[in-house]
Structure formats: C-alpha cells, structure tokens
Design a protein. Structure first.
Length: 168
C-alpha cells in the first residue's frame, strides 16, 4: 500500500506544481506574453539544463530517502511519516524535495524564457517558506521534540550546507 500512496503523492503534489499550474499560467498569459523555447546556442539553455539535472537528482534522492527511512506515511500532509528523516540529502538541507521542485520550476522558466513562470517559482518558494514556518515546523516539533529542534537549529531550511548534519 505504501508504494501506491507514494505514487499518488508523486503525481498530485509535483504534478500540479510543475505541470498543471504552469500550463494554466501559459494559457492565461499567452496573449499578453511571448514565450520562446531557448536555443541550445544560447547560454540560458545550459542554465536550464543545470536546473533540470540538479532538480531531478535532488527530487529523486529526496523521495527515495524519504520512502526508505520515513516509516509509515508519505511526504503528503494527509499522512505524515512516523520517523524523523535525517539522512541522505536531509543531512544538508531540511527541505530538499521542495528545493528540487524549485530547481525544476527554474528549469521551466529558463527553457521557455518565461518571466510568468519565474514569478510562479518565486511565489511557490516564498509560499513554502511561510507554510513550513507557520504550520509544518510546529507539527514536527510536537511529533519529534528535541530531536527536531536540534536538527532545525543546525540545518538550513532551504540553503544547503557543505558539511552533513551529525546528531550529537
């Protein structure tokens, strides 16, 4: 059952953020904004490929680690995991899944030379900061107590550090 729930989360959350909402943005702005697919002869193409590679690697590594180490539950808020996950990419940054999705949104905005998609990436990032600080972190403190507090104090929410977290 856990695998099916993870598949649902993988389709619902990032699918809406990376496909449904950008498509809606494109359809609602195409008459007022000109979208161009960046050429491989343009340096912006390589920036887009960098964000694609980084985003996919981070998202896959994060989801895989979460699936293996999270116990019962999913990354979705409707059924949270039973274990505090502090391994893999979570040793460097507290929200690597969201960081991977933001990288993929930056890929989309660079590939399509799109200011509206770039604005969506910024709104998504800021919205997640507000959500995590207002709701999720309080819930994690209730569930995991001092272990999460210690982790939170030593690992950045969205900006990876170069040395991995080690529980002392």
């Amino acid at each position: 059952m856990k695998r099916k729930e993870y598949l649902k989360v993988a389709l619902i959350l990032p699918g809406n953020v990376l496909i449904t909402i950008p498509l809606f943005i494109f359809l609602s702005t195409r008459n007022s904004y000109s979208y161009d697919l960046v050429s491989p002869h343009n340096f912006l193409f390589y920036i887009a490929m960098f964000f694609l590679t980084l985003g996919l690697l981070l998202a896959i590594w994060s989801v895989r680690t979460f699936y293996i180490k999270g116990g019962d539950g999913t990354p979705g808020p409707w059924r949270p995991v039973s274990n505090l996950v502090i391994s893999g990419p979570y040793r460097y940054v507290r929200n690597p899944m969201i960081l991977g999705v933001v990288d993929l949104l930056l890929f989309e905005s660079a590939l399509f030379v799109s200011i509206p998609l770039l604005l969506w990436a910024i709104v998504f990032f800021v919205g997640n900061i507000i959500y995590f600080r207002t709701f999720e972190e309080k819930e994690l403190i209730k569930r995991f107590g001092a272990d999460y507090e210690n982790y939170k104090n030593k690992v950045s929410m969205f900006f990876p550090k170069f040395t991995p977290y080690n529980k002392e």
